[in-house]
Design a protein around this ligand. Structure first.
Ligand code: EPZ
Length: 453
């Protein structure tokens, strides 16, 4: 197992190392007030790359992924996959781009050497729990640590367990580990998700690809990342139809092979930068972005007063002079407004000409950014799952920090429009999900830098 050496990212999560401490202490310093003008290249989607990487466990042949973003979560998953025996090699950096941009990575799980995913690895990233699906489907057994607590809510795993049981796996939960056994292989079944879950849809789709017979998943997640995974599995020889709709049908096959597939552009990164431009004013081309992946969010940004145009090369976002209009949003599973853009939209609404209401329906505790936005002068009150944002004329720079990556980037957006200097601490959250954030924003005129003590 090789380690990508041009990134120190994952070391940030290794408690006790000096370099880890240094990275944990890094912060982003923003001097607000500049408009954004220019081009921002949109990276491959983190939340598509992760399940695609995990799909490599399903075959002994090589799975090649193009446009994989260079992020701490990707590095962490590479380590987790390495623990199971997945080898990888990297090439194909985009021309004219420097170190640390999206790459082509070849993953080969020739031999699965370990079917256990230990606590030390799984506890750092919830998506690593998803290895349970391919491991039990290919090897007949898997033992995976429960993912543990999370800053945005309790996030249980009951849907994964019920779904794998429906496919014939015996499941035991003991000492913080979930063990799945299906010595005679999984068998197709009909499973109705009582609640839409992106991760459980990914896992059951992967597991059912190698099950005997037909599986029908009802009330499945419709996110573009699910479609990207289904396309990948089909390229590997699976027989999946209906991905992107609530009903997915999977005809199990005996074996999957290698394939080559591109990671879709990151719709959350796209929406985040679009909101940043709506916030600061200016004119930015989000290069490589696909409007069809985020209609709901782009619609809300346009309602707020930005001009959004699809071009041949991406999405152009402009806001000139006019103020920001207050707009209500409710987060919903795709194709609704994504929970992963809720914090950023709230940042935008802090400067609106009036009151807006933001309701979070996916995670019960995803308002950790409210208090931090208040430190910048925002006026927000919370009642249950709804935040009422009273727009103010001006935000003022301050020291802030956040406990998850989308909340962190919402503070960056607010800082770009605030008067004076904002420092966002705990930068490692941003490194988990935003490739070259400072570089992309600086390129458009923002005053933003990473500082270490
Ligand atoms: C994915 O998480 C994303 N992560 C999240 O992005 C995103 O916020 C979320 O989907 C919703 O869109 C990745 O793709 C890696 P879920 P996931 O299962 O799959 C409940 C980010 O910032 N639930 O769709 O874990 C759960 O608690 C991250 O990039 C159960 O009750 O989310 C939540 O309320 C954060 N039981 C709801 O379903 C289960 O067994 C939706 O969660 C599973 C989930």
């Amino acid at each position: 197992m090789k380690r990508i050496s041009d990134s120190g990212y994952w070391i940030a999560h290794q408690a006790g190392t000096d370099s880890g401490k240094a990275l944990v202490m890094d912060r982003i310093r923003i001097t607000g007030g500049n408009e954004l003008n220019g081009v921002i290249p949109i990276s491959g989607a983190k939340n598509a790359a992760l399940p695609l990487m995990i799909a490599a466990l399903l075959t002994s042949e090589t799975l090649t992924l193009e446009n994989v973003p260079h992020l701490a979560d990707v590095e962490q998953l590479i380590r987790i996959l390495g623990n199971h025996g997945v080898d990888y090699s990297v090439n194909g950096r985009r021309r004219s781009q420097g170190k640390g941009y999206s790459r082509t990575i070849h993953f080969t799980a020739g031999n699965i050497v370990d079917t256990t995913a230990p606590y030390e690895l799984v506890s750092r990233m919830r998506a690593s729990f998803w290895v349970i699906g391919p491991l039990v489907a290919r090897m007949g057994t898997a033992k995976v640590s429960l993912p543990g607590g999370c800053a945005i809510g309790t996030r249980p795993v009951d849907l994964f367990i019920d779904g794998l049981r429906a496919l014939g796996a015996e499941i035991d939960i003991e000492s913080g580990y979930v063990t799945a056994n299906a010595k005679a292989g999984l068998r197709g079944a009909r499973f109705v998700f009582p609640k839409v879950s992106v991760g459980a849809t990914h896992v059951l789709m992967m597991a059912a690809s190698l099950a005997r017979g037909e599986t029908v998943l009802e009330n499945a997640a419709r996110e573009p990342e699910v479609v990207n995974l289904a396309d990948c599995l089909n390229a590997m020889g699976a027989k999946i139809s209906g991905a992107g709709s609530p009903t997915i049908t999977i005809e199990g096959v005996e074996k999957l092979g290698g394939a080559q597939i591109e990671v879709i552009p990151d719709r959350i990164e796209t929406g985040t930068y679009a909101m940043a431009v709506a916030m600061t004013g200016g004119d930015v081309l989000l290069e490589g972005a696909r409007a069809d992946l985020l209609h709901a969010a782009l619609g809300k940004i346009a309602e707020a007063g930005a001009e959004i145009t699809e071009t041949d090369t991406g999405i152009r976002v402009r806001r000139n002079g006019n103020g920001i209009r207050p707009v209500d949003v409710v987060t919903e599973p795709y194709p609704g407004f994504p929970t992963d853009l809720q914090a950023q939209f709230m940042a935008l609404m802090t400067r609106a000409n009036g009151d807006s209401h933001i309701t979070e329906t996916i995670f019960e505790n995803r308002f950790m950014h409210v208090q931090e936005l208040a430190r910048l002068g925002a006026e927000i009150s919370l009642s249950g799952q709804t935040a009422t944002v009273h727009g103010v004329d001006e935000l003022e720079g301050a020291q802030v920090m956040a406990t998850d990556l989308r909340a962190s980037v919402s503070l960056v957006i607010a800082g770009l429009a605030a008067k004076g200097v904002t420092e966002v601490n705990r930068v490692y959250h941003l490194d988990r999900g935003f490739e070259r954030l400072e570089e992309k924003l600086t390129g458009c005129g923002a005053m933003i830098e990473r500082v270490s003590d």
